[in-house]
Design a protein around this ligand. Structure first.
Ligand SMILES: [Mg+2]
Length: 476
């Protein structure tokens, strides 16, 4: 079954039996579907609960690059009613995808304030969870941009019109806080004053649900499925805004998107490939040992040139397996210039030592100065190629590394911890341009280039904890 052909079941339909959908959480979604109604049965025109008196401002603070806004006095609660902002609680008046100013908004449906007031009355804490990458503060600037000021003015107006105590979380960077990563949910938990959140009794509503074009006559495809993926990563029931606010629209069948794939599915790695292929890894190390042994026997040096994109595990391999075998590590990031790198390699090889060049070394031109040095000193010379397909896997690993630091920081804080100022940044993440540049220049090394052997190192994820693995293997 393809994602676009998936059909939504009416509440009294039996769940679909396709194993692929069950495996990817489809049956779970059908169950969620059946629990609708309790929340969203507000009749138009009926006002539940009192609006908080207008006039009070949203109080903003920052947790790293994430903004935390508070309006009114939200109470801690075991159940969160969480909503995306754009396309879910509100849409633009101008009908454009992006707002033209602070006033360019209207509620997604006239009943939005009523539904939220009812949720609040039922004891839910209302949390808005929004990605706003465009509001990120430019490097070297201070103060808020006009766009950011407009956004905050708009949120204050929305809060007043909703009239319920609100917590507003806004991710402005591409980090652990950006949906579909679950960081903003962790943040909501920390802001919940020590009260544990019951995920099964909470829910998240968003418009980025991966619905195909024409799911309702005349509508475009959802721009992404990041809201659905976020709910799956967090482990809470998910609803679309149509389900939440305009239930009548969804009384008839509508296409049901399958959950977005996980990283393991994207990378084509079977769940059994958890701790690597021991035989392949042993063969790789055997090959290295053979060359090290031969170089020692001949009393000459050995050069290993690593080839691979950033964040593919080259340095980890060099610092562990190669360091154990006596390799000296030469790295451009640390030595800063190519000249210093070649000098270091020359010195090592002249001393008949083993040396590894731990750079990306994408093409023959970048590798040839090192091969020349090996040739001149009579040293052995091997290349170790790190797996680099699918390309987005290495980019994912890069972002995972940066997110992991933030995830571990948040989970290290106790419940109700409010001093969140120490959250690590993502500044050590390799910029995407470095990946594009690597793949543009990539020429795989060959024996003809001067290597005695070209050895392959295949990527297999290994994790310290189940939480780390869950973060790596989240839905996208
Ligand atoms: Mg949205």
């Amino acid at each position: 079954m393809t994602r676009s052909s998936a059909k939504r079941c009416a509440p009294d339909d039996s769940p679909p039996s396709q194993p692929d959908r069950a495996a990817r959480g489809g049956s779970k979604r059908v169950q969620q579907q059946q629990s609708l109604g309790e929340f969203f049965s507000t009749k138009r025109g009926r006002v539940d609960g009192q609006a908080v008196p207008p006039g009070n401002a949203v109080h903003w603070r920052s947790v790293g690059a994430t903004w935390v806004g508070t309006w009114g006095a939200p109470e801690p609660a075991a159940r969160l009613a969480a909503f995306d902002l754009d396309g879910t609680l509100i849409c633009t008046k101008s009908k454009g995808r992006f707002p033209k100013g602070a006033d360019d908004w209207r509620f997604f449906h006239p009943d939005v304030p009523l539904v939220l007031r009812r949720m609040c009355q039922q004891g839910y804490r209302i949390v808005v969870i929004s990605n706003q990458n465009g509001l990120r503060q430019a490097k070297g600037t201070t103060g808020l941009s006009k766009k950011a000021t407009d956004f905050r003015t708009k949120v204050a107006n929305i809060a007043r019109a909703l009239g319920v105590p609100l917590t507003i979380l806004v991710a402005t960077d591409k980090d652990y806080m950006r949906k579909p990563s679950p960081g903003m949910w962790s943040l909501a938990q920390l802001l919940n004053e020590g009260a544990a959140i019951d995920r099964a009794a909470s829910f998240y509503v968003g418009d980025a649900a991966g619905r195909p074009a024409g799911w309702r006559p005349g509508v475009e495809a959802d721009f992404s499925s990041s809201d659905l993926a976020f709910a799956l990563n967090v482990g809470v029931p998910f609803y679309t805004p149509e389900e939440a606010f305009a239930a009548a629209v969804c009384a008839r069948p509508e296409p049901l998107p399958l959950p977005p794939p996980t990283q393991r599915e994207i990378a084509g790695l079977a769940p059994s490939q958890r701790n690597g292929d021991p035989a392949a890894h042993a063969a790789l190390l055997d090959a290295v040992d053979r060359h090290v042994g031969k170089a020692k026997e001949d009393a000459r040096g050995l050069l290993a040139v690593l080839v691979g994109p950033p964040a593919c595990g080259k340095s980890t391999f060099a610092r562990s397996h190669l360091a154990l075998r006596g390799f000296e590590r030469v790295n451009m990031d640390e030595l800063k210039t190519r000249k210093k790198c070649t000098e270091a390699v020359r010195r090592a090889l002249e001393g008949s030592a083993c040396v590894v060049v731990d750079n990306t070394n994408p093409d023959a031109a970048s590798r040839s100065p090192f091969i020349e040095l090996a040739r001149a000193s009579g040293a052995g010379c091997i290349a170790i190629v790190f797996s680099h397909e699918p390309r987005n896997l290495t980019m994912h690993n890069n972002s995972f590394r940066a997110q992991l630091a933030q995830a571990r920081y948040l989970s290290s804080l106790g419940p109700g911890h409010t001093d969140l100022g120490g959250i690590p940044g993502c500044d050590d993440r390799v910029p995407e341009v470095a990946f594009h540049s690597f793949f543009k220049r990539l020429e795989l090394p060959s024996v003809a280039e001067g290597f005695q052997e070209v050895i392959c190192h295949s990527f297999v994820p290994t994790f310290d904890t189940a939480d780390d693995e869950r973060l790596w293997n989240q839905h996208y």
